[in-house]
Design a protein around this ligand. Sequence first.
Ligand SMILES: [Zn+2]
Length: 300
Amino acid sequence: MTGLLHKSAPMRDATADGSGCQVCGGEVHPYRKGWLFRCGACGVLSSSLDIAIPSEESEAGIDEAAREQGLATLRRDNNALLLDRLAALAPAGGRLLDVGSGPGFLLAQAAAAGFAAEGIEPDANVHPDQAGGAKVRRGFFPQVLEPGERFDVIVFNDVLEHIPDLAGALAASFERLTPGGILCLNCPDKRGLFFRTAAALDRLGVQGPYARLWQRGLPSPHVWYFTPGLLDRAAGRAGFAPVGRQRLATIALKGLWSRIRLVRSTPLVLALASYAFSVMIFPLLRLTPSDASASFYRRP
Ligand SMILES: [Zn+2]
């Protein structure tokens, strides 16, 4: 267990601290599974799934090459939408911090869009070889930053839903933004068609897809499922004011198969079923709430 920099075992009462739900302060209750919780007041879902991000390189359960290939098209398009919004909200040439920057797709695009882009990445198995030379620090936000260091933009791009200390991450973002600075939160939305379908299947006893959406068994599973409204509340508690929202695509057909096959332990039949389902409902996705959207906030 020595390779683990961050194993959030102690705070396992529903990702609520002593003062209740981190989104609204309400009471959090166990919900349907031993590892799942729901706030009775705001409805945010949280999990107690174990986080075990490796701080040293290891043979991981995720095929990193497949992950990159599978997510590249989707990420690039969604990142472009995010950065267009950010360019309109933040000062030109501003300093942008991407928390959990992964291979660095957003960093490279942000730099190309004129931002002074930097990243933070805790996972030793993820290499920033797509970051276009942008500086990436190895470690956790905000501990890895210099004292007093501040940014014009902070982005959590598919990252906030992995952080048990939600209130702490938002408070640190507030502190690390310049006044007027912009926070961008891109998180999965529990109103989305994929999540709702998986939840319905789970109720019928088909548990695979739901566990997969929570990324159960992976080194960094989801500990939250929000809606944009819930993010507004959580960010509002930290002092932020909402300034915009951007719907994002959840799947691109190109690269979908390798994305589904990313978890080596997924049975082939489940992978095939996921792929068939995705292709079938693809035309409907435009008409229903997206499984992902980005919300933008300003530090007053
Ligand atoms: Zn709540």
